[in-house]
Design a protein around this ligand. Sequence first.
Ligand SMILES: [Fe+2]
Ligand SMILES: [Fe+2]
Length: 246
Amino acid sequence: MAQIDEIAPDIYRISVLAPGLDMQFNHFLVRDDEPLLFHTGMRGMFAATSEALATLIDPASLRWISWSHFEVDECGALNDWLAIAPHATPVCGAVGALVNVNDFANRAPRALGEDDVLTTGTHRFRWVATPHLPHGWDAGMLFEERDRVLFCSDLFHQYGNVEPITRADVVGRYRDAIAAMQAHPVLMDYMPFTPATRARLEQLAALQPRLLAAMHGSSFAGDGAAALRAAADVMEELLGAPAVAG
Ligand SMILES: [Fe+2]
Ligand SMILES: [Fe+2]
């Protein structure tokens, strides 16, 4: 069953816990003149997420469906949503459209270039292309300008059935999650730390987000720029060298 929380004015976090993974999968609805969903979720979670969303808006009124990068938790259920939302348009980065979505989606996407703006009524979103951050050539993030919300995908990934919003040490939790992933025999190296990673995190910090809407774990309310800069240090420390088994 999904848990719904309003984390900013008219921005709702629809959270589904995957108990086997001890991890939340969060989907964000922006209720506006043109409602926007960020993260479609997996196909296997579609019944739970669509039922939850229907308590907030008529799913048929969805206008925009967006995500960070091509992966099942990000956009696996895209075509399921398109089937129940006849006016919805997928929104992704230009790379994502070219390499995946033009072929995968049952409806043509709107492809956003660097710093393109999408307006949904009272909210304005800026697309920030972030290749290989958190991972994937096509990766990008949406920044909501009015309330300074950064939809940051797998950045600030946290384990556990945690609270919807925290002001606590989200970087410490993120560090614990990366360490656990790096110790995993299959899931290690899920995020790269490349020569461009720190600069991309700095680019996001310059937006001065006040809320970091994480896909897995709590959203962080506070100094988003400081958290992003601290995340760069943690990522370099834990991901900057290959996690080769000894
Ligand atoms: Fe991912
Ligand atoms: Fe994810």
